[in-house]
Design a binder for this molecule. Structure first.
Ligand code: BG6
Length: 489
């Protein structure tokens, strides 16, 4: 199989930090089709060799295990090419066409790793140059717009030029092995499905915590914030994966239809729920891993009076027969106590307890997404306190025990990374792990009342110190339901 992969934004951050390392891993694993060209395009002037040298330099900063030897890079570099292009110039697209026409390929992938403001122009010029052939696929990086209207405008412009099955909207969380496992857990095992409902589940918590701050992306982040950056996409996709009905097949649209139903069933916001069920926070100075770190407003590129949120906690419900009344809590933030993404499913206590048990203990399934990739099933067992009589005898309380599965240990650390997996899927034309436009629009539709409120309110985000779990109002929010975040219980 042959392919041309054109990376718009070919000298940008995403390309050298994520895409090139992922392509190299696929090359090393032998999964990248050998007959391929990877063509970086950007406004600077570079020859192919200069571009290869630039990428080689960037590779020096990636972790040891993923860094190529000189010999490996030499072979990988044969795939790399460069073309100078100004995305606003139709003539430059004609030059790209000339380069692409130098050989026949099965697939051409246009990867737009540029500012989203350029997506519409690039699509128009691709069409103008006749580069929207049926064998072409287009990949769109998030953020796709910054509200429902801008998202729709981009989707419309792209659909004028490409059909929906040529459009690959990336949400890299869907490519993570741990998220694949979540689908496998739910739809490859008979065990959980009968329990996966309101009768047995008390609440579900989705946490995506980062210990990093905004790094060098202060200016971008300050106009984006955590709700747009993480909740509208990654967190809601996780919510879909955990809350969706079993799809009728593994076909892309069967999966996406079910995710869409979840997004459409999210409880609409009211003035009351907006006031009680959403918390936004912003980090101040603090300590991470023993190191003092500055507050958000002191980060380079950030407005010193910014009211952008770096933390969101919210409560919602999926209004269906399966889930009615079950709270789903979402929490994400930067500069939190640790990097930890997990989904915690809290089961209800047994309906008629006959054993003494410490209050608040019930079964829990913890799906670790990162840095650990694994599953913990918390059960209650007969306490092994020999000095006391057994529970049947009447007095030893039940004790928590857990089954602990570590997928990295089980399957090895050389698992396929998110971008590696997703890039190969694009080249192969598999849409399962990509987001359809109606899903994206439903997600924007749901977050928009929150954005509107924050735009108009005089209430600033709640402050939290870097290195903590966010503002105390996030704990107060969940405590109102008599629940607690997993690390607090
Ligand atoms: C990106 C966000 O989509 O996801 C970043 O723009 C965030 O702000 C990143 O840091 C988190 O991804 P991961 O894979 O490191 O959890």
């Amino acid at each position: 199989m042959s392919f041309d992969l054109i990376l718009f934004g070919g000298t940008g951050d995403l390309v050298w930090r994520k895409l090139m390392p992922a392509l190299f891993q696929a090359f090393r694993h032998g999964t990248l089709p050998a007959d391929g060209r990877i063509i970086g395009v950007a406004r600077d002037e570079h020859s192919d060799d200069e571009y290869r040298a630039l990428i080689a330099e960037r590779f020096k900063s990636i972790e040891d295990a993923k860094r190529p030897s000189d010999e490996e890079f030499g072979r990988f570099a044969q795939l790399l090419h460069y073309q100078r292009m100004d995305a606003s110039q139709p003539a430059d697209f004609e030059r790209l066409k000339t380069l692409l026409r130098t050989r026949d390929t099965d697939t051409t992938v246009m990867y737009l790793a540029t500012a989203p403001a350029l997506f519409t122009t690039i699509c128009e010029h691709l069409a103008g140059a006749g580069l929207n052939t049926p064998s072409t696929r287009i990949v769109l990086e998030k953020p796709l717009g910054n509200d429902l209207a801008s998202n729709r405008a981009i989707n419309r412009a792209v659909r004028d030029v490409f059909s929906e099955d040529q459009i690959f909207r990336i949400d890299h969380y869907l490519g993570k092995p741990s998220v694949q496992n979540l689908f496998a857990l739910r739809f490859g095992n008979a065990l959980f499905e009968p329990l996966w409902r309101r009768e047995t589940i008390a609440n579900i918590q989705i946490t995506i915590a980062e210990d990093l701050g905004v790094e060098k992306r202060g200016a971008f982040y300050d106009s984006t914030g955590a709700l747009r950056d993480m909740v509208q996409n990654h967190a809601l996709q996780l919510l879909c994966a955990i809350g969706m009905e079993p799809p009728i097949s593994s076909h892309a649209d069967a999966i996406r239809d079910e995710k869409l139903k979840v997004l459409r069933a999210l409880r609409p916001w009211t003035a009351e729920t907006l006031a009680q069920h959403v918390v936004r926070g912003q980090y101040g100075a603090g300590t991470i891993g023993g190191q003092a770190v500055p507050g958000y407003r002191q980060e380079p590129g950030v407005d010193p009076h910014s009211t952008t949120e770096t933390f969101v906690a919210l409560r919602t419900e999926i209004c269906t027969w399966r889930w009615a009344g079950v709270p789903f809590y979402i929490r994400t933030g930067k500069r939190l106590a640790s990097r930890d993404a997990r989904i915690v499913v809290n089961f209800r206590p047994v309906p008629h307890p006959i054993f003494p048990a410490p209050p608040g203990l019930s079964n829990q399934l913890v799906i670790h997404l990162q840095p650990k990739d694994g599953l913990e099933l918390h059960l209650l067992a007969e306490g092994q306190d020999g000095r006391r009589r057994s529970s049947w005898g009447g007095s030893a309380p039940l004790a928590p025990v857990q089954l602990d599965l570590d997928f990295e240990k089980r399957f090895g650390t050389e698992r396929v990374g998110a971008y590696e997996r997703l890039l190969l899927d694009v080249i192969d034309g598999r849409l399962n792990l990509f987001v359809r436009s109606d899903e994206q629009e439903a997600a924007w539709h749901w977050v928009e009342p929150v954005l509107d409120l924050w735009r108009t309110t005089s209430q600033a985000p709640r402050a939290y110190a870097a290195g903590t779990w966010g503002p105390s109002s996030a704990s107060a929010m969940i405590a109102r339901d008599s629940h607690c975040w997993s690390e607090e219980c």
